[in-house]
Ligand binder design. Structure first.
Ligand SMILES: [Zn+2]
Ligand SMILES: [Zn+2]
Ligand SMILES: [Zn+2]
Length: 319
């Protein structure tokens, strides 16, 4: 499978250069429009299909069809206009076209490598592919760019839909993108200080998670350990959730220090009732069992619980 990724990338880059040198600068310039338009239409179709069918595969098929439709439409228009100026075929024109071809090949690979890497079959291969590595390493950069321009890139974002499923890869789903950069300065649920957005970090090769760190108490999370972040991510108040579940911790970047949100929520003003204060050790132990940090005596040890336990020890196997 690793070889497949290497071959896939080489093929796209090679084909990109070859095709553009042959076609010349005029068509190469139009190909930039085609590729950007195709990817844009693909993302739109992906988002639509994913919302309609709740399936990654359906979204991916939609992406392919929409992208191909745009990519094929542009040359049809050029053919119909019968445009082919001579300046595109000069030596300079062909050399410049080759550079464009290289860029287009890299861009196509950059879109498809993370997509294929997410599939069940692709997961093992993508981590061993030498050529896929730089594409995966640049993934966080796309998140910063998407934040800066506030773009909706649905396929670049999987996370738990329910707080209870945080850190469990098998429960992660593709959901609306959140502009995490804008959650910088949210209120820490442990000490109420303003947290710092510490950037996007890769986990498990293809997954990217935001990281927030509280400068006052050191609490880390993917945003769920702040009042504003929790509301934005799960559409619920952390006060309500911990009222039902007991003290909470982040499943993505665990602190091994579950807490009850302190004080009133700055989003909706909710405060935990005084009876909550008395539930302490028993609830914390229950929370650990429930969240997989401690295997309960009668539960099967899941992959998520192993990963969580390892991360609690300070080792992060996905780095
Ligand atoms: Zn804090
Ligand atoms: Zn609230
Ligand atoms: Zn979290």
């Amino acid at each position: 499978m690793a070889l497949f990724f290497d071959a896939f990338i080489l093929l796209f880059v090679g084909l990109g250069i070859f095709a553009e040198v042959r076609r010349g600068l005029f068509f190469a310039l139009f190909d930039i429009v085609r590729v950007i338009g195709g990817i844009g239409a693909g993302f739109g179709a992906y988002s639509l299909c994913h919302r309609l069918f709740h399936s990654y595969t359906a979204g991916f098929i939609g992406f392919g069809i929409a992208a191909l439709a745009v990519v094929m439409l542009v040359p049809a228009i050029l053919w119909w206009l019968k445009a082919n100026p001579a300046w595109g075929m000069t030596t300079f024109g062909r050399a410049a076209a080759g550079i464009i071809g290289l860029g287009i090949g890299l861009l196509i690979a950059a879109v498809f490598v993370p997509v294929l890497g997410r599939t069940r079959a692709g997961q093992a291969g993508v981590s061993h592919s030498i050529l896929a590595r730089p594409f995966l390493e640049t993934m966080p950069a796309l998140y910063y760019a998407a934040d800066a321009f506030n773009l909706d890139l649905p396929m670049l974002n999987t996370r738990a839909i329910r707080f209870e499923d945080e850190g469990r890869a098998e429960r992660a789903a593709l959901v609306d993108r959140i502009n995490y950069s804008r959650l910088d300065g949210s209120t820490c649920i442990e000490c109420r200080a303003a947290v710092k957005f510490a950037g996007y970090h890769r986990r498990f090769e293809v997954a990217v998670s935001p990281e927030f760190v509280c400068p006052n108490c050191g609490r880390r999370s993917d945003g769920c350990q702040t009042f504003e972040g929790f509301h934005r991510m799960y559409g619920r108040c952390p006060v309500d959730v911990s009222d039902a579940l007991g003290p909470i911790d982040c499943g993505v970047w665990p602190n091994d220090r579950p807490v009850y949100p302190r004080g009133s929520c700055p989003v909706d003003g909710k405060v935990l009732g005084p009876q909550i204060r008395h539930r302490t050790t028993e609830h914390i132990e229950n929370w650990r069992v429930r969240s997989g940090l401690r295997p309960s005596p009668n539960s099967v040890l899941s992959v998520a619980s192993v990963v969580n336990s390892i991360s609690v020890l300070g080792l992060r196997p996905w780095y």
